[in-house]
Design a binder for this molecule. Sequence first.
Ligand code: NAP
Length: 275
Amino acid sequence: MYRIITPIRTLIVIGVCLTALGFQATAVANGHESGAGATADYVPTVLITGSNRGIGLEVARDYAERGWNVIATARRPEATGELKAIREKHPGLVIEQLDVTDNERIDELAEIYRGKPIDILINNAAISGGHENARFGAFNHDVYRQVHTVNVLGPTKMAEAFLDSVSISQQKKIVNITSGQGSIAGTWGCCYIYRSSKAALNMVMRNISLELKKKGITVALISPGFVKTGFTPGLDLPMMITPEESAAYVLAVIDNYDLEDTGTFISHKGEVIPW
Ligand SMILES: NC(=O)c1ccc[n+]([C@@H]2O[C@H](COP(=O)([O-])OP(=O)(O)OC[C@H]3O[C@@H](n4cnc5c(N)ncnc54)[C@H](OP(=O)(O)O)[C@@H]3O)[C@@H](O)[C@H]2O)c1
């Protein structure tokens, strides 16, 4: 069970966020033991969207190194050199083509894996839309639609399509990589397109979590920290972490995130973020 950020911590979070151009600040991790791993009898499976670079790539690497079956999905499998290198060492990793805006392909992939357990579905793929497209008075509506299609409709469709495979697994988790920028409580007037997409993702997954709790399925909302990736081009601020560090935090949070926590919005260091 995760702790709630106190008002003082919230102020600290907001302060750091201001410095960090709006990205999620850190907090103190809780100290639960990791309970997730392969056993002699059962090898868990994780499916990750957008796993060819950034945080998704490192999450795929970490699960492969744990000995899990990893379904690493990417829009362009032909351009996944780093994933292929991981697969060389860890044959339990398979690469599947998937654009999360392509509902037909999502259904096709879900059909391929029907009857096979997927312990953790990680909705990681997302786009920011760029700051210049997200200024009030000059919104780029095509970009707005595209960001919400990728960041909200994509994860929702994935959860629907892969529900059966998650249901028959041991861990039964649908994990959404969200952002502290999706916090309405912590916003201050910037980045409307991306922020509204993550707030919408939080709302839809919170709702789904209430529905799926009775089936024993956990729906997680995890902010991965302020990470040096394609989302933060050229930024190198002291509070930023590497994708490798972010992935380690994210896996630790996933390990500790259980049905009791379902539908809560958690930082990479394991504390509840105000909606
Ligand atoms: N970096 C941060 O500071 C930060 C902070 C808070 C939250 N996050 C969240 O962390 C997650 C991962 O982001 P990142 O920082 O690792 O960014 P990234 O390096 O830009 O990676 C984004 C990934 O999403 C994929 N993607 C984009 N559109 C897609 C689509 N339509 N279908 C399938 N895949 C698609 C990209 O694939 P292509 O290579 O094909 O484009 C790429 O693999 C996102 O949900 C992001 O919102 C990041």
